[in-house]
Design a protein around this ligand. Structure first.
Ligand code: FUB
Length: 310
């Protein structure tokens, strides 16, 4: 019976096109989508919620890709906790970016020696890996999570991350060292909306920042929280602000209690990636990544986006 089960699992895990409808991945639980457009394909970097997880039990990251946003190829797991000798747990939300033919994947993990969360960076020659720890130590050790990386038109790269704070730092062109020191972006209510009921957290910003530039405007989309988590965004005239709160993008988390944004333009369309608990057995710790096609309004603002399934 064990051999039969192993055979069945092996057949289910064979790489190949996934179904076109949401959730994107229907064979395992996935979370924290981070899309990257490269060379005519969308590469989708995700975490993996372990079966039966009861608290964000996550040990590896996965890569998927598509040329048409319909058929998805499974590239397996080219990065996991064991790739980082200093990490012990919590393979949470990351993002990958390409620079000069190399791919840098920024990911948060728990540091074995301290129990604190830190950001590590892995590097590869291909968007699907194999990835290796670029430093052999954490890149940013502030006990916070959820890195997003952005390279501006002038070539300056920025790393942002954090919960409960929102940190940023300029990256050197090598993408694995800092130009200056990490600093906190001021979390003002004008910039990030007003949260009620939590004196320690006056703004809606919670976690999962996603920074990009479009039409000369800088966007910061993030998981926001008032009572439950939803996706909101702010805009700014520059990569460091000042940020202005713009409102809700996706009002719910579905049957998960977190949500996590990733936005791209690809092949003439705009796409919003997120996660929820839509698969059978799904919920807050057994999530699934999904995507919705949308159109920006003529003034560049984001519409309210609804989940296909929750
Ligand atoms: O997946 C683990 C954590 O849940 C992520 O780091 C957060 O963004 C939330 O999605």
């Amino acid at each position: 019976l064990i051999a039969l089960c192993a055979l069945l699992l092996a057949v289910l895990a064979v790489p190949g096109p996934a179904r076109a409808d949401n959730p994107i991945v229907q064979t395992i639980y996935t979370a924290d989508p981070a899309p990257l457009v490269h060379d005519g394909r969308v590469y989708l970097y995700t975490g993996r919620d372990e079966d039966g997880s009861t608290y964000f039990t996550m040990k590896e990251w996965r890569v998927w890709s598509s040329a048409d946003m319909v058929n998805w190829t499974d590239h397996g797991s080219p990065l996991n906790l064991a790739s980082f000798s200093w990490a012990s747990d919590n393979a949470w939300a990351g993002q990958a970016v390409e620079r000069n033919g190399k791919f840098y994947w920024y990911v948060p993990m728990k540091v074995r020696a301290t129990g604190r969360m830190a950001i590590g960076v892995a590097v590869a020659d291909s968007p699907t890996g194999p990835f290796r720890d670029a430093l052999g130590r954490p890149l940013a050790d502030t006990n916070e999570i959820d890195p997003t990386v952005f390279i501006d038109d002038d070539g300056q790269a920025y790393l942002y991350w954090g919960n409960p704070n929102l940190w940023y730092v300029k990256l050197n062109p090598d993408m694995i060292s800092f130009s200056g020191s990490p600093a906190k972006i001021p979390l003002t209510t004008a910039g990030f909306g007003t949260r009620t009921g939590d004196a320690n957290r006056p703004t809606l910003y919670e976690e999962g920042p996603w920074v990009y530039k479009r039409g000369g405007l800088y966007y910061l989309v993030y998981a926001a929280k008032c009572c439950s988590e939803f996706i909101a965004y702010s805009t700014a005239p520059g990569p460091l602000g000042p940020w202005t709160y713009r409102g809700t993008v996706m009002p719910t988390q579905g049957s998960s209690f977190t949500n996590h944004p990733g936005l791209i333009d690809f092949a003439g369309g705009s796409y919003f990636f997120y996660h929820n608990g839509a698969l059978p057995g799904g919920g807050g710790y057994t999530r699934s990544v999904a995507v919705e096609k949308f159109s920006y309004r003529s003034d560049g603002t984001l519409p309210t986006i609804t989940m296909t399934t929750a």
